[in-house]
Design a protein around this ligand. Structure first.
Ligand code: GCB
Length: 591
């Protein structure tokens, strides 16, 4: 065994300094439900500095130990409260021009005061989205580490909180091949604490999770409930939906309770997005939400919503916003959904390629649009790496925990355009089983690629999915449009197929002939050919073209793109429609 030399200085000689924080990893098991809870916000101004060498960790700055054992002041290299201010939530790339392309660690600091409200109360820090990895420190101690840029996490701080608290978050936005997604993506790598940070108070025993839905196969006449209680083994909860006359006592044991309750709710659909005020309470604690009830299932080649066949008239959307990056807000989301429903005549949105804000599905429930939600198992992630799998499954688990009471969410997608290798088959089959095993009320899908050699829809993963998504760019990446006809003719899928991507690049305002790449006319002509072919194919049950808005992408630098993927039907200003918008909108009107 090698011994450390006498000149060994941990601060400058230790290279595996990240390892010790692994033990603090938090995930779906610690995530608590915040539905209807009165939370306190830690949004606002935080101090911030870029820390590419990760001295927060490497030099243990988070300990803020300013004096040595003899009480002498040490020459510290930091003054957190003097660092520049940044707004939380925001993407640092958008907040500061000098950080536009910054992809390393950024450190956030603030203090917060705490005053106990109730005897026995418990306290949690809750993060809605930190890209990509978060190291959370409270009063000099690491209390959590979390991977995944787009899903929420919570950490209990009941025993650690003081009257005045110092909180430091190291946010590591690096791209790494073992992460989900990996280094190569066709979207911008935004970093930072870009969604809400909350403090949540609960009583000593509280409702940590609940799943409320129409019981599948009940002829729309039963509501099923499952819930978890933290801090108490057994007791009774009360479940209420006043409008349906439901007030049921449900017992729990081992911290778990469930019930099936007779009810005849008005069914949720895009045309009638009916929601009910639902609540669940135990002594001293209560969860509440507006919840819709619907049945979504597949039968043979058909997709059925409340027993009626649907064609999924959709469009893909990235979270990317020209000014906000990956941060968003209610008015941006409302405007997106309104554009899809009222102007595009759509009923379905594919939220690509990672979980979007919690607000999106909340508002989709209310405004009435069906959603495809996806985790960033994108292209060639490290399918043979067990840690990568754990990360992907955890992101799926956190997303499902967050959104499982959303009627609008009808499909969980386990990935996009992955190569049909053995490792990928195992990896994604396991994700599909996880999703199905935990949620019988939705379909599981993935966006797959066409077998270009056999010229047909033929991906081994299809057998594990309920809905096959197909991304095809005939007429664009593959200029031979006639291939689409051959592919559809050669295919005989036993499950519903949604064309999850199709499209062409066009710069808004660039006009020319229909054979001029990057012109609006080219995109328009391609959409005309595509909808004709897709609309006539008996086994295609929907389409979500790529994409509603142009979005930032770091591999798109020609003179038309200038840092953006230009396949949007609307420019990145989210206002200027390109010609193809009308083609799709007319197609949906007749479909
Ligand atoms: C795809 C990807 C998507 C890309 C798109 C494109 O197939 O799924 O992430 O942005 O194509 O524009 O090439």
């Amino acid at each position: 065994m090698s011994t450390k030399p006498g000149n060994f200085n941990p601060e400058i000689h230790v290279t595996d300094y990240r390892k010790e924080f692994e033990a603090k990893r938090v995930g779906r098991d610690c995530l608590i439900s915040i539905d209807g809870r009165a939370t306190e916000s830690l949004n606002g101004k935080w101090n911030f500095y870029a820390d590419p060498i990760e001295y927060l960790l490497r030099g243990a700055w988070y300990k803020e130990s300013r004096y040595d054992a003899e009480g002498r002041e040490k020459p510290c290299d930091y003054d957190f409260e003097e660092m520049d201010e940044i707004c939380v939530p925001s993407c640092w790339n958008m907040a500061r021009p000098d950080l536009f392309l910054y992809e390393n660690m950024g450190v956030y600091f603030r203090t917060f005061k705490y005053k106990k409200h109730e005897k026995g109360e418990r306290l949690f820090l809750h993060f809605e989205g930190v890209a990509y990895r978060a190291y959370v420190f409270l009063n000099g101690e690491c209390i959590a580490m979390h991977d995944g840029a787009s899903t929420p996490f919570s950490v209990e701080i009941t025993d650690k909180v003081k009257d005045v608290n110092r909180i430091l978050i190291g946010v590591d936005a690096k791209r790494e091949d073992e992460r989900v997604p990996m280094t190569n993506t066709d979207w911008f790598n935004y970093g930072g604490i870009y969604r809400d940070v909350l403090v949540v108070r609960t009583p000593s025993a509280f409702l940590s999770d609940w799943f409320v839905r129409l019981a599948p196969g009940s002829s729309y006449s039963e509501i099923a409930l499952d819930f978890s209680v933290d801090g108490k083994d057994s007791g009774e909860a009360e479940f209420t939906i006043d409008e349906l006359g439901i007030k049921e006592k449900v017992s729990f044991k081992g911290g778990k309770g469930s019930a099936v309750i007779k009810a005849k709710p008005e069914l949720w659909s895009p045309e009638n997005p009916k929601l009910y005020d639902v609540s669940l309470s135990i002594d001293g604690d209560r969860l509440s939400d507006r919840i819709g009830f619907r049945e979504f299932r597949v039968e043979g080649n058909r997709i059925l919503l409340n027993g009626k066949e649907r064609f999924m008239k959709g469009i893909c959307v990235h979270e990317d916003h020209i000014d906000l990056g990956k941060s968003t807000n209610e008015s941006v989301i409302r405007d997106t959904i309104r554009t899809v429903k009222e102007e595009l005549n759509g009923v379905f949105i594919r939220l690509a390629h990672y979980p979007h804000s919690r607000l999106f599905s909340k508002i989709a429930d209310e405004m009435g649009v069906m959603l495809w939600e996806e985790i960033p198992v994108y292209w060639s992630i490290a399918f043979n790496n067990e840690k990568t799998y754990q990360d992907a499954e955890n992101q799926l688990g956190e997303l499902m925990k967050r959104d499982k009471n959303r009627a609008s969410v009808v499909i969980w997608s386990v990935g996009n355009e992955n190569p049909d290798t053995d490792e990928r088959f195992t990896f994604m089959s396991n994700l599909a089983s996880y999703a199905k095993g935990n949620d019988p009320t939705r379909a599981v899908g993935a966006a797959c690629l066409v077998d270009e050699v056999g010229e047909k829809i033929d991906d081994r993963l299809a057998e594990k999915l309920d809905i096959i998504g197909i991304n095809e760019y005939y007429g664009w990446y593959n200029p031979d449009f006639s291939k689409l006809g051959r592919v559809l003719k050669n295919s005989n899928p036993s499950k519903p197929v949604i064309i999850t991507e199709v499209g062409a690049g066009a710069r808004a305002g660039n006009h020319g002939t229909s054979d001029m790449l990057w012109s609006e006319e080219f995109q328009e002509a391609l959409y005309k050919k595509q909808v004709k072919e897709i609309g006539a194919c008996p086994f295609i049950n929907g389409v979500s073209p790529w994409i509603l808005y142009d979005f930032r992408a770091q591999r798109r630098y020609n003179r038309y793109q200038q840092g953006f993927n230009r396949k949007g039907l609307i420019d990145s200003d989210r206002k200027t429609k390109k010609l193809a918008f009308k083609v799709l909108s007319d197609f949906y009107k007749t479909k």
